[in-house]
Structures are given as structure tokens and as C-alpha cells.
Design a protein around this ligand. Structure first.
Ligand SMILES: C[C@H](CCC[C@H](C)C(=O)SCCNC(=O)CCNC(=O)[C@H](O)C(C)(C)COP(=O)(O)OP(=O)(O)OC[C@H]1O[C@@H](n2cnc3c(N)ncnc32)[C@H](O)[C@@H]1OP(=O)(O)O)[C@H]1CC[C@H]2[C@@H]3[C@H](O)C[C@@H]4C[C@H](O)CC[C@]4(C)[C@H]3C[C@H](O)[C@]12C
Length: 433
């Protein structure tokens, strides 16, 4: 349940902090962080009385494939109001990361549609765009156009290759960005070709998440400077940055061997997965000698019969032993053996199994929405202002067109004209079914 509270901003406070509310017509609650004299503009307060960290932040997200939707969902989970701008004449969205968002269907190929988007951006804090370099400028919606009208706007551009460089305009997907980051060359088994770990690293870690981080930084900075800025979030660079450890740990010799033959890339037998007698798997991460000893004990082996843990040339032989032993029990049996030890051995759980695992259950790490769909709880958990993910179904395309336009100050007559001209589309009927 969401509550709305209204506090007025005194002129004096606004002057002192050099920050004005962007949306004077909207009810807002203001909270002062006395230590940093920072103003937070807050609109929706949770029923519990705690305020989500991004409450009051208004985000316009132009519909994209996967990274930008994830970025928008993170912002929404932590309290931002996220309005996704969908195309008109499209029946179904491919946005599976739409939790808590609203949708407006708007034709940006029409100048009137562009004018609508500008009006939304004037009254918003963030615009998030996922298109190829130059697309927004071509529509008259580039940073110059939007920041001129709203200098406090944070203009986030989430692309594969960034806004400059010879690849800037090229099409691409996660695997290409990962390849260009250098990381893909390190991923994969010994003597096999590079292997992309789903589209996790570039699209989501280096892309959506890193972009959300940039937005939060820009919001924080704006609370002091009063100014917006442009975020050039390249997934190549975001992925590479997430992989900083790989660069900066080379001096330790961690990556001296070919791909798949190092300590942490499945080269070491004590950092790998093993098949159990029921066709499931256990994950082993027993790196430190004291934890490795517990692994050996749990497997029922005797250290005296085995080669030294760090004898790289003996790793193939050690792996064979581990393969043979793990194949003698089921996953549940091994879990029981290693539960409560420091052997760093855990079951490899499927997406369907995580919800019922006692540890995850105890923490509420996963939740079911109103449709019965299981999702991870937003992370990390903030003690006073935790995220509260929306549990209702995702929005239909254009479900909120009318209400969003009203909220942003469009008159009924203007909305009717936009609808009859096909500039916007409304899907309230579908939502009522
Ligand atoms: C699940 C699949 C997604 C996988 C993710 C994948 C692995 C990724 O890596 S995502 C990361 C992609 N890269 C980027 O995001 C980087 C930045 N962006 C780009 O480089 C490009 O946008 C692009 C390469 C991704 C796409 O290029 P494109 O040429 O298409 O677009 P742009 O040049 O950017 O221009 C956009 C144009 O659109 C116009 N526009 C925008 N908004 C509007 C508007 N509101 N009104 C009017 N016009 C608008 C804009 O003006 C531009 O126009 P111009 O070109 O004229 O300039 C999913 C991938 C595919 C999915 C499947 C597919 O969709 C078919 C089925 C559909 C069905 O509904 C559901 C099932 C599907 C099988 C579906 C299933 C999955 O969702 C997918 C497999």
C-alpha cells in the first residue's frame, strides 16, 4: 500500500541547498539528511512508514531489449516511478523486466509524439535510452534538446560500444560486448572455445546494473550541484570494469596458464562442479588449505593418499578422484555431508529449487508475485529503506497512457486529440480483462 504525503518546501531551504523541486505541482515530501544537508525529493512513502531510497525519482525509460529494462527495474524496485515508453501498433512487449513500471504507448516518429516525450522529460529526473548512437538526436530528443529544457535531467545512454569510437554505431549483443571487453577470451574450459556465461556479464552486470549505478551517482551529485548530466554507459566498458579483478590480479599469477587451466576458471579440481549419482551437481570452491582439508574429509579421502593441493601438474589426477567420489552419492546426500562445514561445497540448485532451499527460505531471498512467478528479491537489502518490489503483474503496452498524460498535466482535450491522431495509444480495456 502506498501513501502520499505533502510537505511544502520553504524558500529558505531551497535557496540554501540551491535545489528546487522539479515537480512543483506534484505533492512531495522532503526529508533532510542533516549531516550532508542534502534534500531528497520524495513522493511515495511505503505503508510501513519507511521511505524507499529512490522514492520521488521519476524515470522515463525508452523501451529496449534487456539491459535498459533491467536498469529501469532496479530503479523501480528501489522506489523510483518508472514510465516505459513503448511504440504504438505493437501488441506485445518483450520487456520481461517490467516490474513496477507503467507503460505509455507513444509514436516518436511523429513530431507531436516527440513533443509529448519532451514534456514528460521536462518534469522527470531521468531519461534512459537504449538505442544506437544518433537515434535520439535524429528524433530531436538528444541531450542538447532535453537538457536545454530541463537542466536537472539525468540523461542515461545505455549502449554496447558507447557514444564515440569507430564501433559506436554498430549493432551488437552481449556476446560481442563481452568479446570486446577482453573477458570472453578468459571464459571456457581447457582446450575449448570461449564460452559466454549466458548474457549476464555485459547486458546485466556491465550494462543495466552499471547504468543504474551511474544514475544513482548522478542523482546524488545533483542533490548538491542542482545540475543534471549525460551518462555514457558502454557495456564493453561496464563489463571490463566489472572484470577489474582479472586485470589487476594478473600480477599474482592467477591467469598465467591457458584458459580453463587456472585456479578460478575450472582449472583447479577444488574449484569446479561435480556430477552426483542422481545426475545433479555439486559446486566446490575449497581454495584455502583449511577449507580444502574439510573437503577432503567430507569426501572420505585421506590427504596422505593425495597429491599436494597446489601441485598443478597433479590436478588432472586429483580431478579424476573427485569425479569418482562425487558420483557415489546423490546431491541431497552430499548436501547433508557438507551442510554446516566450511568445505565450501554447495548443491547446484535449479531456478525451481532455490525458493525452497532452507537458507533462501529463511532470508526470503526469492518471492512470488501475484501471478505465482518466482523472482529474486531486490539486492542489496537496506536496513531502513529496503526495496519493496511490486507484486502485481507487468503492465500491458499503453496501459497507463491516459493516467500518465493526466499526471504530467495534459488536459482531457489534448489527450483525446493525441489518441484520435494515433500519436498515443491506450490499452486500459485489455488491463480490465
Ligand atoms: C530476449 C531477446 C533479447 C536478448 C538480449 C540480447 C542478448 C542483448 O544483448 S540486448 C543488448 C542489445 N544492444 C543494445 O541494447 C545496445 C544499444 N542498442 C543498439 O545497439 C540497437 O538498439 C540494437 C542493435 C539493439 C537494435 O538496433 P535497431 O536497428 O533495431 O534499433 P536502433 O538503431 O537502436 O533504433 C531504434 C529505432 O526505433 C525507433 N523507435 C524507438 N522508439 C520508438 C517509438 N516509441 N515510436 C516510434 N519509433 C521508435 C527509433 O526511432 C529507431 O528508428 P530508426 O531505425 O528509423 O532510426 C529478445 C531479442 C529478440 C526477441 C524476440 C523477437 O522480438 C521476436 C519475437 C517477438 C514476440 O513478441 C516475443 C517472442 C520473440 C521471439 C522475441 C523473444 C525475445 O524477447 C527476444 C529473443
Amino acid at each position: 500500500m502506498r501513501h502520499w504525503k505533502c510537505f511544502s518546501l520553504s524558500q529558505e531551504h531551497q535557496k540554501r541547498t540551491r535545489i528546487k523541486t522539479t515537480t512543483p505541482t506534484i505533492l512531495c515530501a522532503c526529508v533532510i539528511n542533516p549531516r550532508r544537508a542534502v534534500w531528497y525529493e520524495v513522493q511515495n512513502l511505503k505503508g510501513t512508514g519507511s521511505i524507499m531510497a529512490l522514492a520521488g525519482v521519476r524515470v522515463i525509460e525508452l523501451a529496449g531489449l534487456a539491459p535498459a529494462p533491467f536498469c529501469g527495474m532496479i530503479l523501480s524496485d528501489f522506489g523510483a516511478k518508472v514510465i516505459r515508453v513503448d511504440r504504438t501498433k505493437v501488441a506485445m512487449t518483450v520487456d520481461t523486466q517490467a516490474r513496477g513500471k507503467q507503460s505509455i504507448a507513444l509514436n516518436l516518429k511523429n513530431p507531436k509524439g516527440v513533443a509529448v516525450l519532451k514534456r514528460l522529460c521536462v518534469q522527470s529526473d531521468v531519461v534512459l535510452e537504449p538505442y544506437r548512437k544518433g537515434v535520439m538526436e535524429k528524433m530531436g530528443l538528444g541531450p542538447d534538446d532535453l537538457l536545454k529544457e530541463n537542466p536537472r535531467l539525468i540523461y542515461a545512454r545505455l549502449t554496447g560500444y558507447g557514444q564515440s569510437g569507430s564501433y559506436a554505431k554498430a549493432a551488437g549483443h552481449d556476446i560481442n560486448y563481452l568479446a570486446m571487453s577482453g573477458l570472453l577470451s578468459m571464459l571456457g574450459r581447457s582446450s575449448e572455445k570461449p564460452y559466454a556465461p549466458l548474457n549476464l556479464v555485459a547486458d546485466f552486470a556491465g550494462g543495466g546494473l552499471m547504468c543504474a549505478f551511474g544514475i544513482v551517482l548522478a542523482l546524488l551529485e545533483r542533490s548538491m550541484s542542482g545540475q543534471g548530466q549525460i551518462i555514457d554507459a558502454s557495456m564493453v566498458e561496464g563489463a571490463a570494469y566489472v572484470g577489474s579483478f582479472m586485470w589487476k590480479s594478473r600480477s599474482l599469477g592467477l591467469w598465467n596458464h591457458p584458459r580453463g587451466e587456472n585456479l578460478l576458471d575450472s582449472g583447479a579440481p577444488f574449484y569446479d562442479t561435480y556430477r552426483t549419482s542422481d545426475g545433479k551437481y555439486m559446486a566446490v570452491g575449497a581454495i584455502e588449505p583449511q577449507f580444502y582439508q574439510q573437503l577432503i574429509r567430507g569426501l572420505g579421502l585421506d590427504d596422505a593418499d593425495l597429491p599436494a593441493q597446489m601441485s598443478v601438474s597433479d590436478w588432472p589426477q586429483l580431478r579424476e578422484t573427485f569425479i569418482r567420489v562425487f558420483a557415489t552419492k546423490t546431491q541431497a546426500e552430499w548436501s547433508q555431508v557438507f551442510n554446516g562445514t566450511d568445505a565450501c561445497v554447495t548443491p547446484v540448485l535449479s531456478l525451481d529449487e532455490v525458493l525452497s532451499h532452507p537458507h533462501n527460505k529463511a532470508r526470503g531471498s526469492f518471492f512470488k508475485d501475484s501471478q505465482g512467478e518466482v523472482s529474486p528479491r531486490p539486492a542489496p537489502v537496506l536496513s531502513r529503506s529496503p526495496a519493496e518490489p511490486c507484486r502485481s503483474r507487468d503492465p500491458f503496452i499503453g496501459e497507463h497512457t491516459r493516467s500518465v498524460l493526466k499526471e504530467y498535466g495534459f488536459e482531457q482535450g489534448q489527450i483525446d486529440q493525441l489518441l484520435s491522431g494515433g500519436i498515443v495509444e491506450c490499452n486500459e480495456a485489455k488491463a480490465r480483462l
